[in-house]
Ligand binder design. Sequence first.
Ligand code: ADQ
Length: 473
Amino acid sequence: MSRLIVISNRVAAPRPEGEGGAQGGLAVALSAALREYRGLWFGWSGNVATTFTGKIDFQRHEGVTSATVDLEEQDVDEYYNGYANRTLWPLFHYRIDLAEYDRSFAGGYERVNERFAETVLPLIEPDDLIWIHDYHLIPLGAQLRERGIRNRIGFFLHIPFPPSRLMVSLPFHEGLVLSLLAYDVIGFQTEEWLESFQNYVERELGGHCESDGTVHVGDRSVHAGAYPIGIDYKEFQQAVASEGARVAHDRLLKSADGRHTIIGVDRLDYSKGLTERFEGYRRFLEDNEDCRGEVFLLQIAPPSRGEVHTYETIRESLDELSGRINGEFAAVDWVPIRYVNQGYGREDLAGFYRAAKIGLITPLRDGMNLVAKEYVAAQDPEDPGVLILSRFAGAALQLKDALLVNPYSKEDISDAIRRAIAMPREERIHRWKAMNEVVKREDVVWWRRRFVEALEGSRPPARRQAGDEGRQG
Ligand code: ADQ
């Protein structure tokens, strides 16, 4: 078996339960996938050095070797806070109104990708499969090719790929997308993002795409497909069954005092639709006077990317909005929103999800959204809760039995909450079973196997529909 080298912006060793903090979706998924491989995971340490030295820090943890480098402050400002999080993140989430274009950001992005290529180069052996992750590192494959690397290299995009009409707003967009063609396999979360990519290739690059997923541009042919990421179902089941989860579950139920809990768990990010969610919930309280005092919304949202101005703004506006809604509706013995700005460990989350009658997950745009899958996996099969899910999350293509809503519509959110509260147990079980089957079958192991098989060259056909080849691997 070839060795697998995973390269991503950050490398996160699996954290012991109880240390808390919000681990990003990528970290959670990859630590699970790499545990099984003789894998090496390369990326930024998260530390800032005075100057970039390229010195690698190796560590071994639970069978995974991590190799990390420090970046210098200018790199972090221009590459991470700049191009990745102020230019590409908003653009790829369809928010061109928030995207900032600055030449120094683009320069920093290229520079850090070159630095990553130079540093990881000596670690690569001829048989290694190389798997590069996410929007921070799009040009890295091309950088490695320029340095003579002939290994098979794959790229997986965890976030959406924007429609061509939005993509062209990025200065030098052709260069960025062309650099993707240096990979052997390009993976997207869903058919929708894959189609946006294919459309761009045909419209802007004059290429053409075949139905088996092969993309041709000039004399270059690569495979592009949809590889929806899943959760580590087994590990999550263990978390659900743990003592920690039981304690968290009981604590929430006790404090709910007979009321229904509606839960939202997100990084504090404008793409997650939190303002719109709070407004939808407020509409529900306005329209359903009889339900006031009977429910509350528990929103867990630890701050992320604090150095980026738009994230400070969203934090302020949510503090204000939750305060206003609570001020408007609260009674002496009831607060409508419990808004918690901290992260929790897996066991705590599992217990909270299970205790919640409704999972309210309404991103405005999301590559996949693993919280929705975790909520499903945590439910009691005899008495499951109801998932309300944004139709603009990648997960909506798989979780068709959720109550799908337009996250921008207050009425939609309000009506779905009403419907979820009143939903008979039989219907809840029926919907949950269908969703749980998908979450269990199309888990993180399934995702990784499909991608790595494609990378090894066996290339399963590009996925056409959720669930259609679910029994692979
Ligand atoms: P994220 O945007 O970080 O990931 P998501 O898929 O929701 O979002 O995953 C978050 C992970 O972090 C989940 O496992 C969740 O439990 C954990 N998490 C989130 N909020 C938390 C909180 N408040 N406290 C504790 N833990 C929390 C990106 C893309 C997604 C894609 C993933 C994986 O934006 O669309 O699903 O990568 O590809």
